[in-house]
Ligand binder design. Structure first.
Ligand SMILES: Cc1ncc(COP(=O)(O)O)c(C=O)c1O
Length: 331
């Protein structure tokens, strides 16, 4: 199957890649997610802007696919713990599908995010602790026909996120960038892109050469950076995770070992960004580009500067920065 045969260019969403997806087309629950703009900022810097997704973050890709699958499988309720944006996305897609949603979040999650989930009709449980405590709360309160949409505990969110990799291929006209900077919490985007690249190699669209994948984390919660720097092949839980880049406050990512494998296999790296720097960078990036950068995107923006300074990124490299969500959701 060639790209021309596989990609339905008449569809302006991630569902243009449904030929390579595992979910039956007729159970599609879509709000128009994905196929987001790629901005060429010059000097080899590109930004993929996920803030324009239906609920304001790239979480919509995974939730569109997971809820589509859940509907096909007859789920009676959708449940997930979340650091924030995933809960909003799940609430929106659950409502679109007419399936009830229960989300559990840390109680210090921004009120705007909690309110949005409730506006979409979701039940919201607030827990005293981080996302892993939220996960335990749900495990203790789960019903037999609940579909658990937790990060990497079911296969479909990654299937949605893998469209990020297919979009990179398509928007770079098959000539992939040298470096990809991705703000990593649970790591589904990184793992999804890595899966897409693997699939595309098997399909004969690309060769075995890969963009260097870089995991960008907040210094206050950086289990992948720590493991990378120590040369470990799995992470250790990060004690006392502290960052207001909510999507990066994932102390014990279940797919941490997969992120480390993707980094190792592509000759990539991992870097932690100081808390004050990532917020300042988001503001600066927004002012400079007119794109609404979230703090996670700010971390990536700053990482690009630091990695150029220390020589990890060279002048000739084309670097793709993922702005994974809208800064507006945090205000
Ligand atoms: C805006 C934003 N960026 C990045 C992430 C991290 O995504 P992942 O958990 O797939 O690594 C999240 C997760 O909540 C997020 O909301």
């Amino acid at each position: 199957m060639s790209p021309d045969e596989a990609i339905d260019t008449s569809v302006d969403s991630m569902w243009r890649y449904s030929a390579v997806e595992a979910v039956p087309f007729d159970s599609r629950v879509s709000l128009g997610e994905g196929w987001t703009p790629l901005h060429d900022l010059g000097n080899g810097v590109f930004v993929k802007d996920e803030s324009v997704n239906p609920t304001g973050s790239f979480k919509d890709r995974g939730m569109s696919m997971a809820v589509s699958a859940a509907v096909a499988l007859g789920a009676e309720r959708l449940v997930a713990p979340s650091a924030g944006n995933a809960a909003v996305a799940l609430s929106a897609y659950g409502r679109e599908a007419g399936v009830p949603v229960l989300v559990a979040m840390p109680q210090d999650t921004p009120q705007a995010i909690i309110d949005r989930c409730r506006e979409f009709g979701a039940d919201v449980a607030l827990v005293d602790g981080d996302i892993s405590v939220a996960g335990k709360h749900l495990a203790a309160n789960r019903g037999a026909l609940d579909f658990d949409v937790s990060t990497l505990k079911e296969p479909y969110r990654v299937e949605g996120k893998k469209t990020m990799g297919y979009e990179v291929f398509e928007q770079f006209n098959g000539d992939m960038p040298e470096v990809i900077l991705y703000p990593t919490g649970g790591g589904t985007g990184l793992v999804g892109m890595w899966k897409a690249f693997d699939e595309m190699e098997r399909l004969g669209w690309i060769d075995s050469h890969r963009p260097r994948m870089v995991s960008v984390q907040a210094a206050g919660c950086a289990p992948i950076v720590k493991a990378y720097e120590q040369g470990d092949d799995d992470i250790e839980a990060w004690p006392n995770p502290m960052t207001a880049a909510w999507g990066l406050r994932v102390p014990s990512p279940i797919g941490g070992f997969l992120c480390l494998r993707a980094i190792a296999e592509t000759g990539g790296s991992a870097i932690g960004i100081a808390e004050d720097e990532l917020h300042a960078a988001a503001l600066q990036a927004s002012e400079q580009t007119g794109i609404d950068f979230c703090p996670e995107g700010g971390a990536v923006w700053r990482a690009n500067e630091l990695l150029r300074e220390n020589g990890t990124i060279s002048d000739g490299d084309r670097v793709l920065l993922w702005n994974t969500g809208a800064g507006e959701s945090y205000r």
